[in-house]
Design a protein around this ligand. Structure first.
Ligand code: NAD
Ligand code: UGA
Length: 458
């Protein structure tokens, strides 16, 4: 087999993952294709379509040598026998399962494109996150024509997190490869295993049956999101009882059976995947008649909405029960730090709700203002976009920290306070500021899951 690899879908997963493979396997020729010509043009330019620390260097090192970006999907299918498919699988917005099930139209279109253009046998690898049993549908489509060409379908879900994608790809906790337990399945699995084994210790490359692999990806995201929703419910109780959620999280997380990660209470989780993957899991459970299981996981998403609404209600009640005409600065719009991605960012929810309360919203973010503009384009409201946080805060009644960007930890809050309307408020949706210091400056400070520090008699 030629040492060539194709990835269909040049998004947040396809681009960085293939850049890492190209870097670690210089003897492989890696091609990434996409139907979106602007995206491919950006991958071929100095202004990559996504912001991810370390990505520019990796692409610079490999592009034009053994990493290529192209719009020629059909030609690339003919030229490559190992095909990763990393197209988007968003939540369905129409018909049966709308708002819950995964929309598999892009996925199925890719399967049909592979079938139409293949003139030799292929290994097709599910990189996208998919409902369990999707590989069966893929196999049925691919093997629907008796043309002598064989297709082996594998599952190799991606676990990288945005903002740390390059680190995660270089040093993953595990790589998961699911395959059929047949001679051909094992052979296909070995071809992929050989690629990852170039830089990942063998004991961290996990091989399972194909359905376990598909399901494990949904379950990993569901468990991660569940931890955040769990600590967020406790943040609500802390606010009623003068307990401090950070202290509780620390005390609980030091139990090695529980672990310390993913216990930061926040305004809520965002990102393109947690909500969609849990809803997909919920849909699957209902499909199989497991109503109780579905209800259990659905609450994880319900609590995330509750937490965002709680944040708005805390702003409203603290600011004398009206936000109308008040100018409120959102510091951060990305769904997390170190990315420009705003998909499902809690900031979108908060901005929309503030607009509904007739507040004027100033949005600041070092990397996400372009996406913020697109997200809010269809929402009625007074939105301003100002990158410089000092300028953004000028004349505002309140600051709300939406993203845990490092720069927000070290701003000169005294200078900011002077430029704001008084009384001035801070709502720290990420618990990243020095709350006592902000209170001493004169702010009324509302963290998540900790007693507020207010300048007024309560
Ligand atoms: P994305 O939207 O950034 O990228 C998907 C790309 O696929 C788009 O550029 C789109 O134009 C392209 N595409 C769609 N149909 C195509 C076709 N028929 N031919 C060629 N290109 C096509 O999505 P993403 O964030 O990279 O996610 C991709 C998959 O990986 C999803 O299933 C997601 O759940 C999963 N995932 C994402 C992340 C993440 O951090 N974003 C992490 C792990 C897994
Ligand atoms: C998540 C998973 O962590 C990845 O393993 C997975 O591959 C990916 O989803 C995916 O399938 O798309 P990502 O969404 O990029 O990655 O980022 P996370 O670090 O998981 O953060 C998700 C959200 O949870 C962010 O809004 C973050 O701010 C929030 N969060 C995270 C908290 O509110 N508290 C925490 O303790 C941790």
């Amino acid at each position: 087999m030629n040492k060539t690899i194709l990835c269909i879908g040049a998004g947040y997963v396809g681009g960085p993952t293939m850049a890492m493979i190209a870097s670690k396997c210089p003897d492989y020729r890696v091609t990434v294709v996409d139907v979106n010509p602007q995206r491919i043009a950006a991958w071929n330019s100095d202004d990559l379509p996504i912001y991810e620390p370390g990505l520019d260097d990796l692409v610079r090192e490999t592009r034009g040598k053994n990493l290529f970006f192209s719009t020629d999907v059909e030609g690339a299918i003919r030229d490559n026998d190992i095909i990763f498919v990393s197209v988007n699988t968003p939540t369905k917005t129409f018909g049966a399962g709308a708002g819950m099930a995964a929309d598999l139209q892009y996925w199925e279109k890719t399967a049909r494109q592979i079938l139409e253009n293949a003139d030799s046998s292929k290994i097709v690898i599910e990189k996208s996150t998919l409902p369990v049993k999707t590989a069966l549908a893929m196999e049925r489509i691919l093997n629907s024509q008796a043309n002598g060409i064989s297709f082996d379908v594998l599952s190799n879900p991606e676990f990288l997190a945005e903002g740390s994608a390059i680190r995660d790809l270089e040093n993953p906790d595990r790589v998961l490869i699911g395959s059929r337990e047949t001679d051909r399945g094992r052979q296909a699995r070995n071809a992929i295993l050989e690629i990852y084994a170039r830089w990942i210790p063998r004991e961290r490359i996990l091989t399972t049956n194909i359905w376990s692999s598909e399901l494990s990806k949904l379950v990993a995201n569901a468990f991660l999101a569940q931890r955040i929703s769990s600590i967020n419910t406790i943040s609500a109780l802390c606010e009623k009882t003068e307990a401090d959620v950070a202290e509780v999280a620390r005390a609980v997380g030091m139990d090695s059976r529980i672990g310390a990660k993913f216990l930061n209470a926040s305004v809520g989780f965002g990102g393109s995947c947690f909500k969609k993957d849990i809803l997909n899991l919920v849909y699957l459970c209902r499909f199989y008649g497991l109503e109780e299981v579905a209800d259990y996981w659905e609450r994880v998403v319900g609590i995330n909405i509750y937490q965002q609404e709680r944040f708005i209600m805390s702003m409203l009640t603290a600011m004398f029960n009206t936000l109308a005409g008040k100018r409120i600065c959102l510091l951060g719009f990305a769904f997390k730090a170190n990315t420009g991605d705003t998909r499902e960012s809690p900031a979108i929810f908060i901005a929309r709700r503030l607009a509904e309360e007739h507040a004027e919203v100033v949005i600041s973010d070092p990397k996400a203002l372009g996406n913020a503009r697109l997200d809010l384009a269809k929402i009625d409201g007074a939105f301003h976009y100002i990158e410089d946080p000092y300028e953004a805060a000028k004349g505002c009644h309140a600051l709300a920290i939406m993203t845990e960007w490092d720069i927000y930890r070290s701003l000169d809050y005294e200078k900011i306070y002077e430029k704001m309307d008084k009384p001035a408020f801070i709502f720290d949706g990420r618990n990243i500021l020095d709350h006592k210091r902000c209170f001493q400056i004169g702010f009324n400070v509302y963290p998540i899951g900790k007693p507020p520090l207010t300048q007024f008699e309560v």
